[in-house]
Write a new protein. Structure first.
Length: 329
């Protein structure tokens, strides 16, 4: 099961836990890394929070892990902390990381960049990134491109070889991992499956919707645009989506319930309708109306498990499938 991705990241299994918004905390990242994959934490609240989470992960595991940086927000302080703390891996999304690559390498940090097209992949490699994550249209959360995983991954692999490519979008079990390895990917980037992990910091209602969801329940839209405007994403259908559709899909400023306060967090911050916020375990209020991020692989997620068990199960199932294929050939 070792691939070039494993060699580059010093991990045992070619599985990366995607940065699933506010659910991607230190406990989840440490559990995934501890099981042999690469765990990822998100920060999103400035340098102080980034430093705290990095140190929380390090206190729980000595294995490599990643910090994800969203380039749509102010992320420079977080990046500075990552480099000061000598974080093993940094992944960038939704922007051009070119100006940061040299600094990351000087700090001993491996650079991943998530892309949605062959052209964006080529630009990332030209900028010096070490690993490309090719995200298909099936993915949950924010979606960079409009090409499905099956055609995108081999096209990116061909375009950027010998740079390792990680496949993202619609992968939730060992069959998906085996499939993308057969496409030439060096590993899989998995998000929705980890929403059902014990360590994910998600609201119980949201987790249950993921467990009950099917691919047909997901919607590709730009509806949840407050704090991240005009960015396509995939969510589970809910009353916010249904009311907007029933109103004729009006533009921002004319949508039903704009400005409604949906919930508050344990820190006292509020969430309003159409805000791009992950429903966390500390939110109280109308959780059903939040964006319920999920990819089309959601129908393959049917039980709550420890994150480490998820990693090992996916890897073992993929091994079994690949062995069977090899034996049959």
């Amino acid at each position: 099961m070792k691939t070039e991705l494993c060699n580059k990241l010093c991990i045992d299994l070619p599985i990366i836990q995607a940065p699933i918004g506010g659910a991607a905390g230190a406990a989840l990242a440490a559990a995934v890394s501890g099981a042999g994959g690469l765990g990822t934490v998100t920060t999103g609240s400035g340098g102080r929070v980034a430093r705290e989470r990095i140190r929380e992960v390090r206190a729980a595991t000595s294995k490599p892990f990643s910090v994800n940086l969203l380039m749509t927000y102010s992320y420079e302080d977080e990046l500075e902390v990552c480099l000061e703390e000598r974080v093993p891996v940094v992944s960038f999304f939704w922007g051009d990381p070119a100006r940061h690559v040299e600094r990351c390498h000087a700090a001993g940090t491996t650079v991943l960049h998530q892309v949605g097209s062959v052209e964006e992949a080529r630009r990332a490699v030209a900028a010096g990134v070490d690993i490309v994550v090719a995200q298909g249209w099936e993915a949950g959360g924010h979606v960079r491109g409009d090409v499905a995983t099956l055609p995108l991954v081999p096209s990116v692999v061909d375009a950027v070889a010998p740079i390792p490519v990680v496949a993202a979008g619609g992968i939730a079990d060992g069959r998906g991992l085996a499939a993308v390895l057969a496409l030439g990917a060096a590993g899989a980037w998995i998000g929705t499956r980890f929403l059902a992990s014990e360590e994910a910091s998600v609201h119980s209602y949201y987790r249950q919707r993921v467990l009950d969801g099917t691919a047909a329940d997901t919607v590709y839209t730009t509806l949840f645009d407050i704090t991240w405007p005009a960015a396509p994403h995939r969510v589970l259908r809910n009353t916010t989506v249904a009311a907007w559709e029933s109103a004729g899909r009006p533009p921002s400023g004319e949508r039903p319930g704009e400005g409604d306060v949906l919930a508050t967090s344990s820190h006292g911050s509020t969430v309003v309708r159409y805000q791009s916020t992950t429903p966390r375990s500390d939110h109280e209020g109308d959780i059903e109306s939040f964006p319920l991020w999920a990819g089309q692989g959601v129908g393959l997620v049917n039980r709550i498990q420890p994150a480490g068990e998820i990693v090992r199960e996916i890897a073992e199932d993929a091994r079994r499938i690949l062995r069977r294929i090899a034996a049959d050939s």
